[in-house]
Write a protein that binds this ligand. Structure first.
Ligand code: 1GP
Length: 255
């Protein structure tokens, strides 16, 4: 994990530990605009999910705080904000993925918003997990790519993803997130995940378009440390059970 020593007891240190020991992790993405009931949170508790990501590229309801509080009222699973903008900073969470959109060339999302948010982040008490965020083409334009005004990395250009992730690690980012974007037509390819994983030493998150246990397993086999599921489990919390079973089985066989 580079030269950085994670703070003991932090969320990041548990991610690093899991990654080193080969224990795969499951993160559930909750869009506060679509959050209607605690059903998904209860399902996550039941299957022992590892993390909640809360946020989105475009939130219209202003309900992020309410949503986080509802989750925290019924679950001990750490909640990380997955911010689409600096308006989504909320101290009710446990931490925040401090995303730099390194696949794009929009200065605002590489550093601009971070400068504006820095004093608020410092005061928030949130654990900050600096993350190189890489959008990958998934067969259709996603909200993330449209709103960020950036082009995703082409689906089959593994070498661009590899060099981008390497540069992110060299700049000191502590995780890489390869994302097809919410509702992606197809998930990031196994080949790209595995090429990126082989090029970095920091934990690798992948998500976007994972709708079946097979897709989850493919991402894990290819080298993802954390997989993120959103849309599919929001629609069908039962699917969470199948995906979590797959992850447990994977860990049993491979550790
Ligand atoms: C999106 O990776 C997340 O940023 C989750 O995507 O909603 O398609 O599962 P889905």
């Amino acid at each position: 994990m580079g030269n950085y020593t994670p703070e003991p007891g932090s969320i990041y240190s548990s991610i690093v530990e899991a990654s080193k020991s080969g224990r795969k992790q499951l993160a559930i993405l909750i869009d506060p605009d679509k959050f209607e009931s605690e059903k998904i949170v209860n399902a996550a508790n039941q299957v022992g999910a590892d993390l909640f990501f809360v946020g989105g590229s475009l939130l219209s309801g202003g309900k992020i705080e309410e949503c986080i509080k509802k989750i925290k009222a019924v679950s001990d699973i750490p909640v990380l904000i997955f911010p689409g903008s600096s308006m989504q900073i909320c101290p009710a969470a446990d931490g925040l993925l401090l995303l730099s959109l390194i696949s794009g060339r929009n200065a605002e999302l590489l550093i601009g918003q971070h400068v504006i948010a820095a004093p608020y982040l410092k005061d928030s008490g949130l654990e900050l997990l600096s993350t190189g965020y890489i959008l990958v083409d998934s067969g259709k334009q996603t909200t993330a790519s449209y709103i960020s005004n950036t082009a995703p990395i082409p689906y089959d250009k593994n070498e661009i993803a590899v060099c981008t992730a390497m540069a992110g690690e060299m700049l000191g980012l502590r995780m890489i997130y390869l994302d097809g974007g919410s509702g992606a037509l197809h998930p990031v390819s196994r080949q790209m995940i595995s090429a990126v994983k082989n090029a970095i030493t920091i934990p690798l998150i992948t998500g976007g378009g994972i709708r079946t246990p097979e897709a989850a397993e493919a991402a894990l086999n290819a080298g993802s440390d954390i997989i993120v599921v959103g849309n599919a489990v929001e629609k069908n919390p039962g699917l969470l059970l199948e995906i979590a079973d797959g992850i447990r089985q994977y860990t049993r066989v491979h550790t």
